[in-house]
Design a protein around this ligand. Structure first.
Ligand SMILES: [Ca+2]
Length: 484
């Protein structure tokens, strides 16, 4: 395990006994994995399945990404068997534009999806081949459980099977239900032990401490249904692309009591140097605790699905991809909560790719990558051709094979410049820096993450960094121009 420690950016997370146990078990099992050719550059000897796990608003506050306070043994175990990307970014810091981007393989500048309004085939997306659709076109059984495009937004052409976690008892049909009315729809309001509302800078919402089992809630249902489908795929010998869309830790933070009990607010570590002025420290502690409780709840659901993969003997020919659709701020900068900015914690996401038979189990890759890179990566791993509508990201296979390789060297992301405005601000992230500017070229900020992980010091007008700024500006503008 020494090599794993050497490769890990956050050694404290790998000292945990559960991770070591899982990692050792994974490595021992994999030495004999027969389907290890997916990384070789040639089509795999046997068709690889895909388990595509999307977790709403999941930031990298996970054990395996260096936060020892958060209990995520199942995601840590996945990371111990795969490669985790420690500088992965969404292409937009909110749900639908981010999802439209990674599902189409196009940057938001090309998708035209910049708010919640568009449907899956609006505008430029009319004839796009979405990622699951591409797998379906190539003979895969593609299945969706819950939030992949968005709640109430779907693309029927993408799926063999498309399911919500709730059926209308009168019509017997699936109906998409907003998270805010989950408890009412499921008749679970009497099971709220306690709860509360909060309103802080950037975010408002609520939490509910529940006296129910996991499966009573949508995410528990999604995991259970995922397990059923894996059993069906195994029984029928079906090549599958199974997409599970978990809703939490997106708020409201409604999870069973046992998860809240893991995180007493007075034990929470707040971001070092975060400014306490103007915000109640107790509220900040509680919000962080509730976010962590929701993260652990999801970790347990993911564990159920991954355990099923192992139990059914599907692990050896199933690629597992796990990611957050964008990040989530917990007051680290300017007391801001939620998402919607191009600040680091608003769009930095965990990304773990577990390819059976990899020689790099447990490795960390620190090269900047984007969710947009998932589509060409899965194509390459499964031996599929490029889709007719093309993809704008880059395959991560070279980084999966050599996590210390150079890679593209940057990731670019976009955000709206205001409600109703068509113009987009943009940012470029390298391993060390992030530079952002407005659509008219006005520089906004330059952060050096080697010395300033919490973005306290904007260097955009610092004469000593003028050359760095000019280089990043040129790189950003060239990359943006190439997409249009
Ligand atoms: Ca989201």
């Amino acid at each position: 395990m020494e090599n794993q420690h050497a490769r890990c950016n956050h050694p404290q997370s790998l000292t945990r006994r559960d991770l070591l146990t899982l990692g050792a078990a994974g490595l021992a099992g994999w030495a004999l994995a027969p389907y290890a050719r997916a990384l070789s550059g040639s089509p795999p000897a046997r068709r690889m399945n895909v388990l595509f796990i999307s977790v709403d608003d999941l930031n990298p506050s996970l054990g395996c990404f260096g936060n020892p306070d958060v209990q995520t043994p199942n995601m840590d175990g996945l990371a111990a068997r795969g490669v985790r990307f420690t500088r992965a970014y969404s292409q937009w810091p909110s749900c639908l534009p981010s999802r439209a981007s990674f599902l189409s393989g196009w940057y938001p500048a090309k998708t035209g999806v910049h708010d919640f309004s568009p449907a899956s085939r609006d505008g430029a997306l009319k004839d796009v081949t979405y990622l699951p659709q591409h797998f379906k076109n190539n003979g895969y059984y593609t299945a969706r459980e819950d939030k992949i495009f968005h709640i109430g937004k779907d693309d029927p052409a993408s799926w063999t099977l498309s399911e919500e976690p709730w059926k209308d008892p009168e019509s017997g049909r699936f109906k998409p239900i907003w998270t805010g009315i989950e408890l009412k729809t499921l008749g679970l309001e009497p099971h709220v032990l306690t709860g509360g509302q909060y309103e802080v800078k950037g975010e408002k919402g609520l939490y509910s401490v529940m006296d129910v089992e996991d499966d009573a809630l949508f995410d528990g249902r999604t995991a259970a249904r995922g397990v059923e489908l894996l059993e069906q795929f195994k029984r029928d010998g079906t090549a599958f692309f199974l997409a599970l869309g978990f809703r939490r830790p997106h708020q409201p933070w409604t999870v069973p009591k046992k998860y809240f009990d893991l995180y007493p607010p007075d034990k929470i570590t707040l971001a070092p140097g975060s400014t306490p002025a103007g915000q109640n420290e107790q509220v900040r502690r509680e919000m962080t605790a509730h976010y962590y409780a929701s993260t652990t709840f999801i970790d347990v659901q993911i564990g159920k699905v991954i355990d099923a993969l192992d139990r059914l003997g599907l692990r050896g020919n199933t690629i597992v991809v796990l990611f957050g659709d964008q990040g989530y701020c917990l007051g680290e900068r300017d007391n801001h909560y939620g998402k919607g900015t191009l600040w680091e914690r608003s769009y930095h996401v965990p990304l773990i790719i577990d390819v059976p038979g990899t020689k790099n189990a447990g490795a960390a890759c620190g090269q900047p990558v984007g969710l947009i890179d998932m589509y060409p990566t899965l194509n390459a791993l499964c031996g599929l051709p490029a889709p007719a509508s093309g993809t704008q990201g880059d395959s991560l296979v070279p980084l999966l094979e050599s996590p210390k390789a150079a890679g593209r060297g940057y990731t670019i992301s976009f955000n709206s410049e205001g409600k109703g405005k068509a113009t987009l601000s943009r940012t470029i992230r390298t391993a060390q820096y992030r530079y952002a500017e407005k659509s008219d070229g006005t520089p906004v900020e330059l952060i050096d993450y080697d010395t300033d992980p919490y973005e306290r010091n904007n260097l955009v007008d610092d004469p000593a960094h003028a050359q760095v700024r000019a280089g990043l500006q040129k790189q950003l503008r060239s990359a943006v121009a190439a997409q249009l």
